[in-house]
Design a binder for this molecule. Structure first.
Ligand SMILES: [Zn+2]
Length: 468
């Protein structure tokens, strides 16, 4: 298929322009009378932008594609879809009535029904049909009695199997995703549908931050490398992921996930940073607590910093650490959408002392710290325009303000998604010679940013139009 497109009468940085795009590169940007000439150069693929803005396709720096596809085939059991015990029971009972076999719930949070274990899951949703429920943090699964019996978790010797005082498993599993996946009936997932969904938001690139240890974990992502997939995918994987897994797919940083249910171990973390750097790649360390960040910074001091090293999330960053982060040259990859999506729970659950330090943005930028954005689906909503809106409003679902001093303009928030996979703060532009995919809006950008919404995304020009 042809890969040269002319997009005519588009607004580019406020000026009516005619753009020629070929195989992922802006070949030419002209104005005024250039329209005919640009259109003639791509006579078989001319798109009339009708005054809509043309911007670089958005890059989401933190996603989990396979988990997002699995979530699309699962039962939401957390806010905003489900907010109480009654809703939890109804959602799982309806799912059980609709199909035989395993039920997969996702997005659970304690605000729904409290501390969830097998006993409570049996009481609320029944113990006969195997049910597994993933916590919204992505760090824990809860199995009901039937699921524990089917998987044989009682016989598993692993620190991630929580047990009660009598040694009986509680149904709560930590760090056992791969083990569990091998023992459940697979939920058929549709990666192609996820690609179309993301492109619908104007996303043309993503970095998949799943800390996969084995190739099997990534086989589900293979369709993302096929022609026709509209989003360019960079994968990361954990320190143990072999290089020969999906060799055609570019590698980003090595993802390091400190174990959250145990005390952080400085030496272990430093060793994992060294191992990641030894593979010639930066590392990205999952940091969502004050202590987790302090330990990660200490580990970096021991192991050294590699260009491109990143603090993943940076959910809690006290100002006394700003200088260390900036001086080390670390990038923070933040999720402004979680302010809107989880803010109400933060306001009741989070230590009051931590509230001002939650999901900082403006203060990080003012301190000279490099920041990029990701939406963290399926744990956050994958529409980056919601993140852009949340970054400028800092309003929760119920309308409460969270950290209003951390607001940035919507235009500044858009920049969080305009970097490249390798250089998240090197912003792409629509300019001759620039290597970038494109996102066409149906309105001028300034108008759209008054109420940021992916509804204004008309189409993308991305990887699906490049691969011959
Ligand atoms: Zn994540």
């Amino acid at each position: 298929m042809t890969a040269t497109f002319a997009i005519v009468d588009a607004l580019v940085e406020g000026r009516v322009s005619h753009v020629l795009w070929r195989d992922g590169t802006v070949v030419h940007v002209g104005a005024g009378h250039g329209r005919q000439r640009v259109a003639a150069l791509a006579a078989d693929a001319v798109v009339d932008a009708a005054g809509g803005e043309l911007i670089p396709g958005l890059h989401d720096h933190h996603v989990h594609l396979a988990a997002l596809a699995a979530a699309r085939a699962s039962v939401p059991v957390g806010p905003p879809d489900v907010i109480d015990r009654h809703g939890f029971t109804e959602a799982l009972r309806q799912a059980a009535a609709g199909r035989p076999g395993w039920i997969r719930g996702f997005g659970y949070h304690e605000s729904v029904a409290g501390h969830l274990d097998a006993d409570l899951l049996d009481r609320l949703a029944g113990g006969d049909v195997p049910i597994r429920v993933q916590h919204r943090s992505g760090q824990m699964w809860v199995l009901n009695t039937a699921a524990m019996a089917t998987t044989g978790v009682g016989a598993l010797e692993h620190a991630g199997v929580e047990r009660d005082a009598g040694g009986r498993p509680t149904g709560r599993l930590f760090g056992l995703d791969a083990w569990l996946r091998d023992r459940v009936a697979r939920t058929p997932i549709d990666i192609a549908a996820v690609g179309r969904e993301l492109a619908g938001y104007g996303v043309t690139g993503v970095t998949d931050m799943t800390p996969s240890a084995a190739g099997d974990d990534l086989t589900a992502l293979a369709p993302a490398a096929d022609p026709g997939f509209p989003v360019r995918v960079t994968i990361t994987g954990g320190p143990d992921l072999p290089d020969d897994v999906l060799p055609a797919v570019p590698r980003g940083p090595v993802k390091i996930l400190p174990t959250e249910h145990q005390a952080p171990d400085l030496d272990d973390l430093a060793a994992r940073i060294v191992a990641g750097h030894a593979r010639g790649r930066p590392v990205a360390i999952h940091c969502v607590t004050r202590v987790g960040l302090v330990v990660a910074l200490a580990a970096w001091r021991v192991a050294g910093v590699h260009p491109g090293d990143r603090i993943e999330h940076g959910a809690v960053i006290p100002p006394e650490l700003f200088g260390d982060i900036r001086d080390a040259g670390l990038l923070v990859v933040t999720q402004p959408n979680l302010v809107a999506e989880r803010g109400d729970e933060y306001l009741t659950d989070v230590e009051p002392a931590d509230l001002p330090d939650l999901w900082r943005l403006r203060s990080l930028l003012d301190a000279g710290i490099a920041v990029a954005g990701g939406t963290d689906p399926p744990f956050g909503h994958p529409d980056p325009w919601r993140a852009i809106a949340a970054a400028s409003a800092r309003r929760t679902r119920r309308g409460n303000l969270l950290g209003p001093g951390e607001r940035v303009t919507a235009r500044r928030a858009l920049d969080l998604f305009l970097g490249t996979a390798d250089h998240p703060t090197r912003l792409r532009r629509i300019a001759s010679g620039e290597r970038t995919d494109l996102c066409l809006l149906d309105a001028p950008l300034d108008d759209m940013l008054e109420n940021p919404s992916s509804a204004a995304v008309r189409r993308t020009f991305g990887a699906d139009l490049v691969r011959a």
